[in-house]
Write a protein that binds this ligand. Structure first.
Ligand code: F0G
Length: 462
């Protein structure tokens, strides 16, 4: 059959509050054109993030009732720990409330002034935690990973030559080598097993621990199975184990590929590092058998980990993105290709060339998608990255809009509706206005800044 159906049926529904275009035009104006300021029930299809927004299964909700909330030694922790170790064979598993809490603990140990940490591309919170410790976050993804039009099958791969040169030049100041699978900040692009193994070997050669940010490990394993020579007949679980077997530690946001609404962990092999991490955990998150989570969360994650490696789920999951990318491509909308694992990225700068980068074409497209169709995406461009600590502003490398798909939450008709919204935006796109920021905070302005509309050609600095 050529139609890949959602491999589930729906037992509990969340009604979508329907709004009209007129209502949305007013709602987004009242939100000062910042999509983060909208109330989520004013959104028809919420593609702001895939984090924590997925649907849990009946088995996960049932497991929640088993949650044991004992302060110490809860059986829910041991079920969670066994489920993690079944896929990721690390000696110590340290539960945290989110991925960024695991990062904060890790870099309280490995970070510090003068240190430099390489990754394919650091996610924002990883970078934030590294920089907060005084260290520097360095991105060494392959060149194809920075080119929206390259169709390389593993655009998340590390540039091995640059990694080797970087380690040779900075040997004394590098505490570890990291890899993010899939590479979220680089379009959700996968990393091959071959590249993971090569990076691990280089790290070992320079005697550095190798750490995987594993948020979307199952999606990455599916891409390995689909695209890497010799992997096509293998089970997802076996591929996942191969990925983590070569690592010394991992950080995880359980809000992604563990089907959780909340949760995370730090897992590692080194006993001394685990002891230091647990000491910080007790001070900042909680006792080591619950960390930052309730017992019921641990149960939901244990069940979620068993479900995420299901190949029927992964086939449907990855196909959803590819379907949207193919349809948008056919419409002439410039999209990052090939499709990534969890999101579709639209090149707003290329599609709205009449809007100066400093008048935020990504924001212009994100607002238009909301007004026209009630879709909420996220600008990943000059609004997010354009402001510098010195107070200057320059265009970001790209002006993208990310449409991230929550897991098991929307159906194909939602995807078809999204395409129709793009058809309508295509009709009006040449008249879309640009934006100017009227107020912004000192840091991470995109979450809370306020905008007003300007003539399309006029950027702030133009
Ligand atoms: N690492 C990666 C690769 C991520 O994508 C995220 C979160 C984190 C770490 C942090 O995990 O949210 O549990 O603290 N990404 C979300 C997103 C927020 O929308 O891409 P967290």
């Amino acid at each position: 059959m050529k139609t890949i159906i959602e491999p589930f049926r729906i037992k509990a529904v969340e009604p979508i509050r329907m709004t009209t275009r007129e209502e949305r035009v007013k709602l987004i104006r009242d939100a000062d054109y910042n999509l983060f300021a909208l109330q989520s029930d004013d959104v028809l299809i919420d593609l702001l993030t895939d984090s924590g927004t997925g649907a849990m299964s009946a088995a996960q909700w049932a497991a929640i009732m088993r949650g044991d909330e004992s302060y110490a030694g809860s059986p829910s922790f041991y079920r969670f720990e066994a489920a993690v170790k079944d896929l990721m064979p690390f000696k110590h598993v340290i539960p945290t409330h989110q991925g960024r809490a695991a990062e904060a603990i890790l870099f309280s140990i490995l970070g510090g002034q003068g240190r430099r940490i390489p990754n394919n591309t650091h996610f924002d919170t990883t970078r934030g935690n590294i920089e907060a410790s005084g260290a520097e976050a360095v991105d060494l993804v392959i060149d194809e990973g920075r080119d929206p039009r390259s169709t390389h099958p593993f655009k998340g791969n590390m540039d091995l030559d640059r990694l080797r040169a970087f380690l040779a030049d900075n040997h004394g100041s590098v505490p570890c080598v990291m890899m993010t699978i899939t590479n979220n900040a680089g379009g959700g692009q996968p990393v091959s097993l071959e590249n993971l193994r090569a990076v691990a070997a280089i790290a070992r050669e320079f005697d550095k621990p190798f750490i995987i940010d594993g948020c979307r490990f199952a999606e990455n394993a599916w891409f390995i199975r689909e695209r890497e020579p010799g992997q096509g007949e293998r089970g997802i679980r076996a591929i996942v184990r191969d990925c983590f077997e070569v690592a010394d530690a991992m950080t995880m946001s359980a809000k992604k590929d563990a089907f959780g609404n909340i949760g995370g962990w730090l897992a590692l092999n080194d006993d001394d590092m685990a002891e230091a991490a647990r000491a910080t955990l007790i001070r900042t998150e909680g006792f080591p058998t619950y960390g930052g989570m309730a017992g019921r969360d641990l149960e939901a994650l244990a069940q979620g980990l068993a479900e995420i490696v299901d190949e029927h789920y992964l086939r449907y999951r990855i196909r959803t993105n590819a379907y949207v990318v193919e349809r948008l491509d056919a419409l002439g909308v410039p999209v990052v290709r090939p499709a990534g694992g969890h999101a579709v990225f639209v090149d707003a700068r290329a599609w709205l060339p009449h809007i100066d980068p400093l008048a935020y074409p990504g924001q212009a497209l994100a607002v238009a998608l909301y007004e026209v169709g009630g879709i909420r995406g996220c600008e990943i461009g000059t609004v997010m990255f354009g402001r510098h600590p010195a107070g200057t502003e320059t265009p970001a490398a790209m002006d993208l809009v990310r449409l991230a798909f929550p897991r098991r939450t929307y159906t194909q008709s939602h995807a078809d509706y999204l395409i129709e919204v793009f058809e309508e935006v295509a009709r009006v796109k040449d008249g879309l206005p640009g934006y100017r920021i009227t107020w912004e905070p000192a840091l991470m302005r995109h979450f809370t800044c306020r905008f007003e509309r300007v003539e399309a050609g006029a950027g702030q600095g133009a």
